[in-house]
Design a protein. Structure first.
Lengths: 661, 177
């Protein structure tokens, strides 16, 4: 720990300024008594303090100092007046701040809504919608199970509160209002109707039993009963005989029979039987035993109402007729009136006949039930025969498309039909042809072989299809027949064929032009054709000739050998496209050779030497300067809008801050 | 700091002009002491106080804690005084003081000049602490708060400042004795 002597300066200063505690003061004084040096320092410090007090006292601010400061402050920061002050004052209160923030948020939300186009649905409207949904489909509500309805109600709890009629129907209606009760009843009725309605088809399926119903009811009701039965049987004739026998047993009769023979020799037919309605069910049961039942329907149509309506109208019409007859017999009135009566009488009689006819028809329908039996022998679907269809695609390359096109056309005969032939020439003069022909099966192989020999075969595809006739599936004894062979031919020019082998090489020589000519001659000798050639000479006297050749593969080695005689052969690259798995006529397949014949040219280039170098250097530096100028321009153009924008924002911000103050 | 004082600072921060003017009344002497301590020139120090007050009013929203408002004010004054001091570095700094003390006896004038030149060698902070002590007679704690010093640092600062002055003024002191 530092002693008093070590830190005498701090102790003396603190003593001077009255910052020592009593204990510390005692320590200091003890030390001063002991230490001469510190005593001296103490003395000096006291003197200096005095000087400091005296000197600095003169520099103290005068009494008017605060007033001056205030005046200066007021002068430099003028008081805000008017609206701005009011606003600033207002914004100082917490409530105003909260309100302002809320207003801004609200504004943003509203803005967002406007942008997204979302509109808040008022809850009242939504509830109404729910109500409508429920009321539009009351039957659905009635039909849904209990939990389902509870869910629907939960969705619109308000609805449930305001409209008690939507409460569960099984429960007794809540004793709220008369109106509610009425509504509930109407719902109950709806439900009942549904139940009855749904019972009808069930009854039909089971088959009504007229014999079991009370006779009086049956007599009063006019029921038309119809049944259709679909059966699969072994032999048609046998089945028809049996049906006739059964119909006789049941006191019915066979109304119509029709049959139809299929391509595979099987019979399909229909028998319509009339039986007494009360025997219908027994009849149907017997019929079922004849074969395999595929389908059965039973319909009952209640025509009671229509029948008695017509009957009543008929009676009215009869009365009317009688009155008209009476009018004619009295012969009172004018002739024109009588004619009118006559006309009316005719109309009424027509009606009467029509109604009588209707009643009779119904009577006959009601008297006998109609059973339509569809019969089909087994294995209806067995095919009668098979047809083998062959379809071939052939793509040919030929040097002269038109010639081959005509050759193929010439093949046409009774056994070979050309169904389609098309010769195309496109804008660049390329010729191609497509042809389709139908060839008799026995001739097909020979004709196809002949067509193939006309050119180089690029592609040959054959597709064979076995088509079952008069049914589907397998059949052991069906005949098989070959149909005409369909042949589609595409002919394109040889040039379009991709080369089997591609070679590129360079020949260095002194006289390019001459050697290029020799090259052509050599190529022609080997059966090659020049497809393309170029010749160029550059300012340094270098000459360059490019020749593209195509030769058949068989002549390729000979040609390559003869090239050696033209000059030094360099850089030979050979690319071969082996088409695995295809049978190609390799000897005749085309091989492409690209030959570059070139000379060395002058030794000293026009483009070298000090002058040329200087020129190039100058041009490059000028280019560099222009480029950097352009870049500077781009930079300025890029920065300028930003500088303007940032400057504007800065200015505005400064204004705002100044306004705030 | 009592509650009414704090409330005054809070109001001033929130833009209450009356409160701020009250603070000017109570604090401008302290600020002057700091500025004078650094600059050793009354006119300049007054200007600095004036500037600091205006600046403080404009920037008052920067102060979060009202308790720190006086320390913040002092800091502004210190910084501005420091800036002013740097600007006029080349100028002789004793001319003003010599003018003001012309009336005194010749030996006192000599003493003053020596004292001022001795003061000029002290660090700014030490000078500011000294003036606060001699102008406002503040106790150590208040000076520490005003200058933003940590507890106990001032004891060493003032001790060293006095020692340094004493060493430089020793010949003069000897003559006065």
């Amino acid at each position: 720990m530092a002693t008093v002597h070590d830190e005498i300066d701090n102790w003396l200063a603190a003593d001077l300024y009255g910052e020592l505690s009593d204990e510390e003061q005692r320590q200091l004084h003890t030390h001063l008594v002991e230490c001469v040096a510190c005593r001296k320092t103490h003395q000096e410090t006291k003197t200096m303090n005095k000087i400091l007090e005296e000197t600095l006292a003169q520099q103290k601010p005068d009494p008017a100092f605060e007033q001056r400061m205030l005046a200066g402050f007021r002068n430099r920061v003028p008081k805000r007046t008017g609206l701005l002050k009011l606003l600033a004052g207002l914004m100082r209160t917490r409530a105003a701040q909260v309100t302002a923030i809320a207003a801004v948020l609200l504004g943003l939300v509203q803005l967002g809504r406007m942008i997204t186009g979302e509109t808040a649905t008022p809850p009242a409207a939504r509830d109404r919608y729910a109500n409508e949904q429920l009321f539009e489909q009351p039957s659905q509500v009635a039909a849904t199970s209990e939990p389902g309805r509870a869910g629907a109600l939960a969705k619109s709890d308000e609805l449930a509160a305001t409209r008690p009629q939507a409460m569960p129907l099984q429960a007794p209606p809540p004793a709220s209002s008369v109106e509610a009760k009425d509504k509930t009843e109407s719902f109950a009725q709806t439900e009942q109707t549904i139940v009855t309605g749904s019972n009808i088809p069930m009854a039909q399926e089971a088959g009504p039993k007229p014999g079991e119903t009370p006779a009086s009811e049956v007599a009063n009701r006019k029921l038309v009963r119809n049944a259709t039965v679909e059966l699969e049987i072994v032999t048609f004739d046998d089945a028809v005989q049996k049906i006739t026998a059964i119909a006789n047993d049941e006191r019915g009769y066979v109304a119509t029979t029709s049959s139809q023979k299929q391509a595979n020799g099987k019979l399909r037919g229909e028998v319509v039987v009339k039986v007494l309605p009360e025997n219908l069910d027994r009849f149907l049961q017997k019929i079922r035993t004849l074969g395999e039942l595929k389908n059965q329907t039973l319909e009952t149509e209640d025509v009671t109402k229509a029948y008695f309506d017509t009957d009543a109208r008929l009676k009215n019409a009869r009365v009317m007729e009688q009155r008209l007859i009476d009018m004619l017999q009295t012969k009172a009135g004018k002739v024109s009136d009588l004619l009118q009566v006559e006309k009316e009488l005719g109309r009424v009689r027509e009606d009467i006949e029509k109604m009588q006819g209707e009643l009779k028809y119904w009577d006959s329908q009601v008297q006998f039930a109609t059973v339509t039996i569809s019969l089909a022998e087994k294995d209806m679907e067995e095919p009668a025969a098979f047809l083998i269809k062959e379809r071939s695609q052939l793509a040919l390359y030929a040097p002269d498309v038109e010639k081959i096109y005509n050759d193929i056309k010439a093949l046409a005969s009774q056994k070979v039909q050309i169904t389609n032939a098309q010769l195309n020439r496109d804008y660049s003069g390329r010729v191609s042809a497509t042809m389709s022909m139908l060839i008799a099966p026995e001739e097909s192989d020979a004709v196809i072989a002949r067509v193939k020999s006309f050119g180089r075969v690029e592609n040959f595809q054959t597709q064979t299809e076995r088509i079952a006739q008069g049914g589907s599936g397998m059949s052991e004894n069906a005949k098989t027949k070959r149909d005409k062979v369909e042949l589609n031919i595409t002919i394109s020019r040889e040039e379009q064929e991709q080369a089997f082998q591609q070679t590129s090489l360079r020949i260095r020589t002194s006289s390019v032009d001459e050697k290029a000519k020799d090259l052509r001659a050599v190529a022609e000798k080997q059966g090659g054709r020049v497809r393309n050639s170029t010749f160029s000479r550059d300012p340094d006297g270098r000459e360059l000739a490019n020749v593209w050749l195509r030769v058949p593969m068989k002549n390729y080695p000979a040609l390559m050998q003869s090239l050696d005689s033209l000059g030094k052969v360099e850089n030979v690259t050979v690319q071969r496209q082996d088409r695995t798995g295809t049978q190609t006529d390799e000897a005749n397949a085309p091989a492409d050779i690209s030959i570059q014949v070139y000379s060395q040219g002058n030794i000293v280039s026009h483009q070298s030497g000090p002058l040329a170098t200087l020129r190039r250097t100058l041009a490059q530096s000028a280019g560099a300067i222009m480029w950097s100028l352009r870049m500077i321009g781009v930079g300025i153009a890029f920065l300028a809008p930003w500088v303007v924008a940032i400057g504007t924002i800065f200015l505005i911000a400064k204004r705002v801050i100044r306004a705030r103050r | 700091m009592d509650a009414s004082e704090r409330e005054q600072y809070r109001a001033a921060i929130h833009g209450d002009r009356e409160a701020f003017e009250m603070i000017i009344r109570t604090h401008s002497r302290t600020l002057f002491a700091i500025a004078y301590g650094i600059l050793q020139n009354r006119e300049e120090a007054e200007d600095v106080v004036q500037d600091s007050l205006v600046k403080a009013w404009k920037m008052r929203w920067r102060v979060r804690d009202p308790e720190k408002f006086p320390a913040w004010l002092s800091m502004i004054a210190r910084h501005r005084a420091h800036d002013a001091f740097r600007k006029r570095r080349s100028l002789p700094f004793t001319h003003a003081t010599t003018e003001t003390s012309k009336a005194n006896a010749p030996d006192t004038v000599a003493m003053d000049e020596e004292l001022h030149s001795a003061l000029a060698t002290l660090p700014e902070l030490h000078r500011a602490a000294l003036t606060l002590r001699y102008f406002e007679e503040m106790d150590y704690r208040t000076i520490e708060n005003t200058l933003g010093l940590t507890n106990g640092a001032l004891r060493g600062i003032l001790g060293r400042a006095l020692a340094s002055l004493r060493k430089q003024l020793r010949p003069a002191l000897a003559s006065t004795d």
